[in-house]
Design a protein around this ligand. Structure first.
Ligand code: PGA
Length: 253
């Protein structure tokens, strides 16, 4: 059995005061959270990581970042290294979100370095893949996802690969309100798991967690999260509001 993971991706939203309000709301829900069988993570913006880490620890959330440098410590002005994240207790970090790939031109080569930096600092990478609307319309989604995995992850040895999480986030579903249907998402997750099985082993494929992301919200999470290939969610918009994020968490039980 794979433990479900509900991960909130705040992107570039919220002030420090709003961040504190969000965590305060969850502190009040602490007793309700104790019965939750899922792991919960929040990926907050860099400036709030230190305070969010302390607050997350109190309520049993994993502490997450949204990005890290492809380099180690060094003369890289403006970059935040995986070693720094590790030193403040960060457990998990998104890599290769489609916004980073498209707006900030991150290539699979860059992402390979980021994954290595994270793994060598004991931080779990959440590696994002996902096709554009045009690719889905042209029925190129499977070949494209295979190329992202081949170029971004499948150079890893089995021991390293076993430590990471994959998130399938179709670009056409991110922030659009238009989620993939549970069947579409499940089909892609199954496809990804088969690729992992062929590349590594059925055991490694079976234990690899694959999250779905793209307009997951309280009204559609139950259907998506009940699919047998969907091991959790990477949630953008609906993670910004404590109540809607809590509703998604509760839907797991
Ligand atoms: P969304 O974003 O839930 O707002 O669609 C998901 C993501 O970008 O990770």
């Amino acid at each position: 059995m794979r433990t479900k993971l509900i991960a909130g991706n705040w992107k570039s939203y919220k002030t420090l005061a709003e961040t504190e309000q969000f965590f305060a709301a969850f502190e009040n829900l602490r007793s309700e959270l104790s019965s939750c069988t899922a792991e919960i993570a929040l990926m907050v913006p860099f400036p709030y990581l230190v305070s969010a880490e302390a607050a997350s620890k109190k309520i049993g959330f994993l502490s997450g970042a949204q990005n890290c440098s492809a380099f180690g410590m060094g003369a890289y002005t403006g970059e935040v290294s995986a070693a720094m994240l590790s030193s403040i207790g960060i457990n998990i970090c998104i890599v290769g979100h489609s916004e980073r790939r498209t707006i900030f031109n991150e290539t699979n080569e860059t992402l390979r370095s980021k994954v290595s930096e994270l793994l060598s600092n004991n931080i779990t990478p959440v590696f994002c893949v996902g096709e554009s609307l045009e690719q889905r319309t042209n029925e190129e989604q499977f070949i494209f996802i295979a190329s992202q995995l081949n170029e971004g992850l499948f150079h890893l040895d089995a021991a390293s690969f076993s430590k990471l999480i994959i998130a399938y986030e179709p670009i056409w579903a991110i922030g659009t309100g238009l989620n993939a249907t549970p069947e579409q998402a499940n089909e892609m997750h199954q496809y990804i798991r088969n690729l992992i099985s062929k590349k590594y082993s059925p055991e490694i494929a079976n234990q690899c967690r694959i999250l779905y992301g793209g307009s997951m919200k309280p009204s559609n999470c139950k259907e998506l999260l009940s699919m047998n290939e969907i091991d959790g969610g990477l949630i953008g918009g609906a993670s910004l509001d404590a109540d809607s994020f809590f509703q998604i968490i509760k839907s797991i039980n």
